[in-house]
Design a protein around this ligand. Structure first.
Ligand code: NAD
Ligand code: SER
Length: 319
């Protein structure tokens, strides 16, 4: 029997594409997409308003749609979270606790909640940060992700809730724009390359960070959620990896395809956040436990992004 799914934060960078994937698998009726902000004409299709900081509304939505599987994506990301730490705490922690409590109260069976490379701080190894590296983030976003991982583990022990989680790297996608993260430059750069042939990057040219193309992130999410329960050993957050590159390396990959594209560098407050994160992470636990393997590397991601975004920009003037 198909699960009855609810997605929070469905109008965001991941939700826009994940809802489409889930609706293809389980049918439009089987996937209730929700978000606090519902903008007409954007997102994955029909979206129901739901503020995750409102416990009663979350529980009501779970009961009303007889939900057994939740993808909880609503959050405030790293850069926005440093500008507004109270908002980050409220949405990321209160929102997660409301979703966990409502899940336990209504009999939700399985919950997906994304963690992030933001769990790591300056004391984690810079190269191939291991699954069990120390988690001492220096951003409010990272604090909420570490606390969130602990909370997810607690609920999976205490309430037998099947919580599954991935520490996504920075995600690059051609559909919805990113919503306030430190890795957003790796999406913005493609829009600028195609629209104006020039980009000013807010990170230094030598800032290496772990990154992933959205099709791989979507595949990992579905693969983890469909994995046999006995193979999912971690309920906090699996390290997930695909590629690692600097702004200079990404620029030169784009320049191979758009000669004349120029990039300048003007690091801002987001540089400090990037400097606190690892350059690459080790995802051998995900590979071992449920068979994770990425498909896209830097050249194949850049070629596909330019092709997809290029055709969207040609057909949709307001992108
Ligand atoms: P996003 O910012 O694009 O989307 C988040 C969505 O949450 C937005 O549509 C926003 O309207 C919604 N939202 C905010 N406050 C809300 C509230 N109170 N109630 C309901 N909805 C609310 O984020 P995303 O990139 O789609 O990220 C989704 C999840 O994945 C987050 O937990 C994020 O930390 C995690 N993640 C993302 C990345 C990435 O690179 N995109 C990397 C690592 C982890
Ligand atoms: N892409 C995310 C951010 O920069 C990582 O969690 O906030």
């Amino acid at each position: 029997m198909s699960p009855s799914v609810l997605v929070t934060g469905a109008a965001g960078q991941i939700g826009t594409e994940l809802v489409r994937v889930l609706r293809k698998k389980y049918g439009t009726e089987g996937v209730t997409a929700t978000d606090k902000v519902v903008r007409p004409g954007s997102g994955p299709g029909t979206i129901v308003p739901l503020d995750v900081t409102d416990r009663a509304s979350v529980e009501r939505a779970f009961r009303e749609h007889a939900i057994d599987t939740v993808y909880h994506l609503a959050a405030v990301l790293s850069a926005l979270g440093e500008e507004n730490p109270d908002l980050a705490w409220d949405v990321n922690m209160k929102g997660l606790k409301n979703v966990l409590d409502s899940s336990a109260a209504t009999g939700v069976r399985r919950l997906f909640w994304p963690s992030s490379i933001g769990v790591f701080g300056p004391d984690a190894p810079k190269m191939l940060a291991p699954q069990d590296a120390p988690l001492n983030p220096t951003t409010m976003y990272g604090v909420t992700k570490v606390a969130g991982e602990l909370l997810c583990r607690y609920y999976s022990l205490k309430h037998d809730l099947d919580v599954r989680s991935l520490r996504y790297p920075g995600l690059i996608s051609s559909e919805a724009k990113p919503g306030g993260g430190t890795t957003d430059y790796a999406v913005e750069i493609f829009y600028s390359a195609l629209k104006s042939r020039a980009y000013t990057c807010f990170l230094r040219q030598d800032t290496a960070l772990p990154m992933m193309y959205m099709p791989d992130a979507l595949r990992a999410t579905v693969q983890l959620m469909e994995a046999d329960r006995s193979s999912v050993k971690l309920h906090g957050g699996y390290n997930l990896s695909a590629m690692s590159f600097t702004p200079a390396e990404l620029s030169s990959e784009i320049q191979k395809r758009i000669p004349g594209f120029s990039v300048a560098y003007a690091p801002d407050q987001r540089q400090k956040i990037a400097d606190s994160w690892p350059m690459s992470i080790d995802d051998s636990a995900a590979r071992r436990d449920w068979g994770w393997k990425p498909e896209y590397d830097l050249p194949s991601m850049a070629a596909d992004m330019l092709a997809r975004l290029g055709s969207r920009l040609q057909t949709q003037k307001d992108v």
